[in-house]
Design a binder for this molecule. Structure first.
Ligand SMILES: Cc1cc2nc3c(=O)[nH]c(=O)nc-3n(C[C@H](O)[C@H](O)[C@H](O)COP(=O)(O)OP(=O)(O)OC[C@H]3O[C@@H](n4cnc5c(N)ncnc54)[C@H](O)[C@@H]3O)c2cc1C
Length: 398
């Protein structure tokens, strides 16, 4: 090993087994820059935005400079840095704030991913460079008020061809970034062949209106909206040319589900770090509470959860980089990492005692935000059924 080879001791303490050492130097430097930005610019202000359920638009130029939107994609203007560092960046964002990680997951993962994976070369050229620079912000509209988990068969938003245009009608629920997005990917069922197709609906298109999702108890910074589509006319040139059925939508979700698995590891990791810091500073009975066996037990269990989820996600992202990632791989990682996250944030809250429910100590925000990460992009049950079908050959969906 040469002298300048990074050593395990140089890894952040919460990267216990040194997974970041698997990255190239330039990718590790990117992680360091992302972490510095998040701790310097985001952490000091985010609780205030969370309380007000407001989005920190002022932070977008700084995020744009990091060059992380669509990090894994090789489309025009995209960084093309691969799935492993992309996942680790998602973890890095969530480690400080799950809402900002979700914002980027929707924009850089779901919206850019739909165009990258389902758009024609012209469509990629038209939208991806500006999206990578965060000059255009994207949203992804799949879920509907009456159908979430069963969306592949139950999607009711309709698309009817009318000459060179399509007419969209329906409702979407929970759509992140929607109210301020420049482009919303709307998934709708073609009335003629009954297949699900993707449409890029641009801001201010007549007939598309929004109601902000109010009173959320999780990810309050993320601006979710219900979308109403009433005779929305979209040109054929805005129909994603390679999205021919729900299989295309699922191809996008396979990739972004890995991003959510990484977010979950990051959310758990952030809570663990706050918990460790707190317990070494807080004294009871004349000793730091970190010196008590039962507190150490919880700290070590949190670290084990973070480390196990990271290990699983690293391997799946490596498979993704080799073009070998399957739906069931991403589903296993998402289901496992979110369960382990939910345990870890609960233990972090526990070791903070009463302070665990105060926003000023951050852990309370992670506890609340974990609830949304647990449910979106496929609940634990749905991801379990995907893995169950793969390993048994039997579908237990219905
Ligand atoms: C904060 C947040 C952000 C989101 N952002 C977006 C977004 O940007 N774009 C978007 O399109 N969607 C988004 N979603 C929607 C999200 O993907 C859905 O909430 C999720 O897919 C679950 O659907 P549902 O809420 O309708 O629950 P349901 O499908 O009604 O499920 C309710 C419960 O029933 C269980 N269940 C359902 N079917 C089965 C079955 N066959 N077997 C066993 N159990 C079952 C589920 O696992 C769950 O526990 C977001 C959601 C949240 C909370």
């Amino acid at each position: 090993m040469s002298d300048d080879t990074p050593a395990l001791e140089d890894s952040p303490f919460s990267d216990f087994l040194g997974f970041e050492l698997l990255l190239q130097d330039e990718d590790r430097e990117l992680l360091t820059r992302v972490h510095a930005f998040m701790t310097r610019e985001v952490e000091p202000v985010i609780n205030d935005y969370w309380t007000r359920a407001a989005f920190p638009h002022d932070l977008l130029p700084g995020i744009a400079k990091l060059g992380i939107a669509g990090l894994a994609y090789d489309g025009p203007g995209c960084p093309n840095r691969g799935a492993l560092v992309d996942g680790m960046v998602a973890m890095e964002l969530a480690r400080v704030d799950p809402s900002m990680s979700t914002f980027m997951g929707v924009h850089g993962g779901l919206a850019m991913g739909s165009i990258q994976l389902c758009g024609s070369p012209e469509q990629r050229e038209r939208w991806l460079p500006a999206m990578a620079r965060l000059e255009l912000i994207g949203a992804f509209g799949l879920t509907e008020p009456d159908v979430g988990s069963a969306i592949s068969a139950g999607l009711a938003t309709s698309a009817r061809r009318d000459g060179d245009e399509w007419i969209l009608n329906g409702e979407k629920k929970w759509i992140g970034n929607a109210a301020f997005a420049d482009l919303v990917i709307i998934w709708a069922r073609d009335e003629e062949d009954e297949q699900v197709k993707g449409f890029v609906v641009e801001k201010d298109t007549p007939g598309m209106t929004f109601d902000k999702q109010e009173d959320k108890i999780a990810l309050r910074v993320v601006q979710n909206a219900q979308i109403h589509l009433h005779d929305v006319r979209v040109p054929e040139s805005n129909r994603l040319q390679n999205a021919t059925s729900f299989r295309s939508t699922a191809d996008v979700l396979r990739v972004t589900r890995m991003g959510v698995a990484w977010q979950a590891a990051g959310c758990a990791r952030g809570a663990f770090e706050h918990a460790l810091r707190y317990t070494t500073g807080r004294e009871q009975f004349g000793r730091p509470i970190s010196s008590f066996q039962m507190v150490q037990d919880l700290l070590v269990k949190m670290l084990a959860n973070v480390t196990a989820s990271t290990a699983m996600n690293v391997r799946a992202s490596q498979l993704q980089d080799q073009g070998l990632l399957k739906d069931e791989h991403a589903s296993l990682c998402k289901a496992h990492s979110t369960v382990r996250m939910r345990e870890a944030v609960g233990w972090a809250r526990e070791v903070l005692g009463g302070n665990g429910i105060l926003l000023e100590h951050h852990v309370g925000r992670f506890v609340a935000d974990a609830e949304a990460i647990y449910s979106y992009e496929g609940t634990r049950e749905i991801n379990t059924l995907i893995v169950g079908r793969a390993i048994t050959g039997e579908s237990a969906f219905v």
